[in-house]
Design a protein around this ligand. Sequence first.
Ligand code: GLU
Length: 295
Amino acid sequence: MRFIRTKAAFATVGLAFALAACGDAGNDDTDAVDVEVADDAAAAFDDGTRMKEMAEDGEITIGVKFDQPGIGFKGAADDTPAGIDPEMGKILAASLGIEAGDIDWKETISDNREPFLVEGEVDLVIASYSITDERRAVVGQAGPYYVTGQQLLVRSDSDIATLDDVDGTEVCSVTGSTSLENIKAEGAKPRGFDTYSECVDQVLDGTVDAMTTDGAILLGYAAENPDELKVVVDPFSEERYGIGYSLKHPEMCGWITDTVQAAYDDGSWATAFEATLGQSGVDTPTPPALDECPA
Ligand code: GLU
């Protein structure tokens, strides 16, 4: 029961939000979240654990997306990213006694999430990162902290209304994502890009017929372009968002899982959700049950 001692420290973690006055899903107020950090956090962790090391050094590097409103977004003029994924990162850092302002944020794209973890470029990946058996063979993934499903984003005047309608059409998504693999099975002509922001530009200018990925991501883009874009079709996959860590540090799974559970229990997860994805029009769900860590 290595993590019992840490629970007391986690209980001191709380979030106080002052929401931006506007309902934008982007990053207009990077100081909107005030995370209370744990006191003397290093003492709560066993010697030799990566958590103790990070707590003692006061350093953590977290990979997030920079171009997905509501999930992980950092505009050119912003100092820090905003979205549900950075909020999860702040909650985890706070349990190590690390202030939000001391987190080293690194941009990840879908295709470099496993390499970044394996090569030690980042300590955590929190980047709309679905838990899959294939990924869990290479990296650790704790969670899920959110569950969404794949849908389509089309121009407002598009005739695509059902999944059958994509047969023979050009549909973009991102290389290294589950989304690109799933849409190939539906008879669409897949077009892979590095990022979802490149893909959404192709939809807006009419180069492709649709874009596909998780509904939570698509709603963020639709909220930014409500007159030009709409999300269609019922979710046709289950995407369980996990928090990636290196398999060199398997002890991180218990820490991540306990910290996320504490955020569910004290309401800070729901508050973080409402301040981020909630602003894109996503209803706050019941938080999903967390997987047990590997033995
Ligand atoms: N959640 C899916 C995945 O991890 C799609 C979103 C993304 O590429 O970030 O592949």
